[in-house]
Design a protein around this ligand. Structure first.
Ligand code: PHE
Length: 431
């Protein structure tokens, strides 16, 4: 059977933006900025994206396009014995998807609560078994899309959903900036504190956020690149990274004005989105409508990212193990739902925890933080050192010195930064 392909470059770019723009942009980025030097954080963040994130993104696209197959088969084509490294990456992305879907399902539930004008308190919601129903619905939405194929499912949904996301975001930004707390919110968010730039944890936060937000190092972009023929990878990757950054910055411009207008403290983590923001929406004019828009947008962002994650194991089963797309999607869907179940149950009355840490938080740390960095390391080392400069450069183009700079970034800088981030992530938790 002929391999699937994107219908156009624009379709490929939109699908990649769908993968990159997720919960990380709208929820995590604003808080990370606020907590790490405000506007000054944009400097390490920009450096991380341009020098490390973007080159790794281009590398994944280049390898995927030249191999024209998904992660494990690509790794086998590089060295037969690297198959297990490819499998490790596929495992990490599948494990991340399990808990990512849980968060996506809470977002979906909140969107519905706001539509129905019936805000539910977070503790009361998670204590019930209602989250499990939303977990199933979110999983099914991702399943149905991926099952429909690259062009009919992934590309089509992105073409439709990404514009919706951008329009909602712009509406919310305009409304937020006219709220009374806008000045204070923006000051908290962006006032630069340059003294923080000498703090290594700020840099590690920037590296981690950049890799997570761009969805690099997970084999997703490699898989998406494998459905691409022709076109400049540098240009597409720059558009994707710019869109990702712009949407993240805009998300902060809408969140903090709302939080400060309602006179609330900007919290971190789960509380910001599921406790602080809902009570901010309850306080302001047209809050129910704004809440509906916000959670719809966040669900769209999460959905398109989850779709890209599911495509990685599905494509592997198709390309490496010869399954049909239908069968592969069904089997992976069932596996993912089971993998995410302990995370889904960890905030319910069942309180599934491991040494006092909810399974979901643990999964986020082990797979979403450590696993993600290790996967990125594998990709950058295998891609940078074993694929061969000529094969990569044939894909990326450019002139001699540009290729030399690029290869140096990929071979030395990206792995070094990933190692530092890995060490920092251990240290930040244990230290
Ligand atoms: N980039 C997505 C976000 O910002 C998350 C993600 C991470 C998606 C890893 C795929 C892989 O939320």
């Amino acid at each position: 059977m002929e391999r699937e392909q994107w219908s156009s470059m624009a379709g490929f770019i939109l699908a990649s933006i769908g993968s990159a723009v997720g919960i990380g942009n709208i929820w995590r980025f604003p808080y990370v900025v606020g907590a790490n030097g405000g506007g000054a954080f944009l400097i390490p963040y920009l450096i991380s994206v341009l020098l490390f994130g973007l080159p790794l993104m281009i590398l994944e696209f280049a390898i995927g396009r030249s191999a024209a197959t998904s992660v494990v088969s690509t790794f086998q084509s590089i060295r037969q014995r690297f198959a297990f490294l490819g499998l490790a990456i596929v495992a990490v992305v599948t494990l991340i998807l399990g808990y990512y879907l849980v968060i996506a399902s809470w977002v979906l539930a909140y969107a519905l609560f706001f539509v129905l004008n019936r805000p539910v308190e977070f503790g009361a919601f998670t204590d019930s078994y209602l989250p499990l129903i939303f977990y199933l619905i979110s999983g099914l939405a991702v399943f149905v899309t991926v099952r429909s194929g690259v062009r009919e499912g992934i590309e089509r949904s992105s073409r439709f959903l990404i514009p919706i996301l951008i329009v909602i975001l712009l509406i919310l930004v305009v409304v937020s900036l006219t709220e009374p707390g806008a000045g204070e919110g923006i000051r908290f968010y962006l006032s630069p504190d340059y003294s923080r730039l000498t703090d290594p944890t700020v840099w590690i936060a920037a590296f981690g956020q950049a890799f997570f937000s761009l969805s690099v190092g997970m084999g997703i972009l490699l898989t998406y690149g494998s459905y691409l023929r022709g076109g400049s990878l540098f240009k597409s990757a720059s558009i994707i990274a710019a869109a990702d950054m712009l949407i993240a910055v805009l998300a902060g411009l809408m969140i903090f004005p709302l939080v400060f207008t309602a006179g609330l403290d900007p919290a971190a983590g789960v509380n910001l989105v599921f406790v602080t923001l809902p009570s901010a929406f309850a306080d302001i004019q047209f809050g129910m409508l704004l809440g509906t828009l916000f959670f719809t947008m966040l669900f769209v962002a999460a959905l398109t990212s989850a779709i890209s994650m599911l495509e990685v194991p599905v494509a592997t089963m198709i390309d490496t193990y010869g399954y049909s797309r239908r069968r592969a999607t069904l089997l992976v869907f069932i596996a993912v739902m089971l993998i995410g179940l302990p995370s889904a149950l960890s905030y319910t009355a069942l309180d599934l925890a491991f040494f006092g840490t909810p399974v979901l938080d643990l999964a986020d740390y082990v797979f979403g933080t450590i696993g993600l960095i290790v996967a990125g390391l594998i990709l950058s080392v295998v891609g940078g050192w074993f694929v061969g400069r000529s094969r990569i450069c044939a894909e990326i183009g450019g002139c001699g010195w540009q290729q030399t700079v690029y290869m140096a970034l990929i071979r030395y800088c990206v792995p070094a930064v990933l190692l530092i981030t890995l060490a920092g992530s251990f240290f930040l938790v244990t230290g």
